[in-house]
Design a protein around this ligand. Structure first.
Ligand SMILES: [Zn+2]
Length: 388
């Protein structure tokens, strides 16, 4: 696999240990050494700070955002996508792929205090050989920043436009390590089933789940965004199956739905209805290591996988024109109502129903406990909603 180790904090560990030993030894020397010790202490502080914050440090093999965007824009030109652009300063880097390409993303709508809308995560280019998906993400950025910025008043969105850049440049589904980033997420069934399920698909090298779960940077990137932002919903754009798959509250369940299950499913129908017949809502299964499993099944985050009808880059404009309305509407859509937003309201009643069905309560509320504490003055003294 020949992967680079990417946990930056580990780099500082030996340095930290060395400094601690140095300080201890120095401390046992005479008091005339005190000045030097305080000098070392600053160094200690710097090293400790760096190790704590786990900053992204580019190695010499990693490429700058500028270099990266230049290649992305060259590729856009080859596809004749003249109305989208990769602008380096628009993106934050999470880390780097094994080929040194930045894995980047950005928050949109978060700096407007009046924007109380739902938090969305939009992922594109998880598979590198599905270029129209990448176009849709960049076109969405253009739309909300320039073409119709008023739409961004009612929702927030985190966009990761090229989750698998190595695959994008090589035109492969998998990443440069030969691992499918939509089969490698650390789901609970991964150890037991990932290889077996892969074997059922004739060990298709395009869908190799990896040696261990969550091993790939592209996987860590996705789980980071999910766990950091705890989005109200996720839309991941793929091709070429031409359907919309829903995973999350109420999936595979057809009666006795609680409200959020109704709403989450309703949004699926709504996207289908507005998709100009491009996306037919289906009950496609999820896989060990897939996003639908990790986010939708395990964390009960409504997750919509939009499979464009084909991977033809020349169809990208058409897909955008057909799906823009459906997507903007979906980003605006509130799955959770005002009462559910308030975690102390009716939590008991909902939790009873949820517990019966073996689901986790926490993700039924759009607010994480952390957010709750900020928004509700009494939250600290109130009941712990995760235990109700
Ligand atoms: Zn795909």
């Amino acid at each position: 696999m020949n992967r680079k180790t990417r946990n930056k904090s580990l780099i500082y560990l030996p340095l930290l240990v060395a400094i601690v030993i140095l300080l201890t030894v120095a401390g046992k020397k005479s008091s005339s050494e005190v000045i030097r010790i305080s000098g070392d202490s600053n160094l200690f502080g710097i090293a400790f700070g760096l190790s704590l914050f786990n900053d992204v440090i580019a190695t010499s093999e990693d490429r700058s955002k500028e270099e990266f965007c230049k290649d992305v824009n060259d590729k856009f030109l080859k596809f004749r996508w003249h109305n989208v652009i990769c602008k380096p300063d628009r993106w934050k880097v999470f880390s780097y792929s094994s080929r040194g390409n930045p894995l980047f993303y950005q928050e949109f709508g978060f700096d407007d205090p009046d924007n109380k809308g739902p938090v969305n995560l939009l992922l594109c280019g998880v598979h590198g050989d599905e270029p129209p998906a990448v176009y849709l993400c960049f076109r969405m950025v253009r739309d909300i920043l320039f073409d119709s910025p008023e739409t961004l008043k009612n929702f927030k969105v985190i966009i990761a436009p090229i989750v698998n850049p190595d695959g994008f440049f090589a035109n492969t589904r998998h990443n440069a390590n030969g691992v499918d980033p939509n089969r490698n997420l650390p789901t609970k069934d991964w150890e037991d089933s990932a290889r077996k399920v892969w074997a059922n698909y004739n060990n298709d090298p395009r869908k190799f789940p990896g040696e261990t779960s969550g091993s790939e940077e592209e996987s860590k990137f996705q789980t980071y965004l999910i766990n950091k932002y705890k989005p109200d919903k996720i839309i991941s754009v793929h091709a070429p199956l031409g359907f919309l798959d829903f995973d999350g509250p109420g999936d595979q369940k057809y009666y006795d739905l609680v409200r959020v299950e109704h709403r989450a499913k309703y949004l699926g129908l709504n996207i289908e209805a507005n998709s100009k017949r491009l996306l037919k809502l289906t009950d496609f299964r999820f896989f060990p290591g897939s996003l639908g499993n990790y986010a939708g099944n395990e964390r009960k985050i409504p997750t919509y996988t939009a499979e464009l009808p084909n991977s033809d880059a020349s169809k990208a404009y058409y897909f955008w024109d057909s799906l823009r309305f459906a997507f903007i509407k979906a980003l605006n859509f509130e799955i959770y109502d005002e009462r559910e937003k308030h975690p102390l309201h009716n939590a008991q009643a909902v939790s009873e129903r949820v517990k019966d069905k073996g689901l986790e309560l926490a993700f039924y509320f759009r607010n994480s406990l952390e957010k709750v504490k900020m928004e509700t003055a009494k939250a600290d003294a109130g009941p712990d909603i995760t235990r109700n």
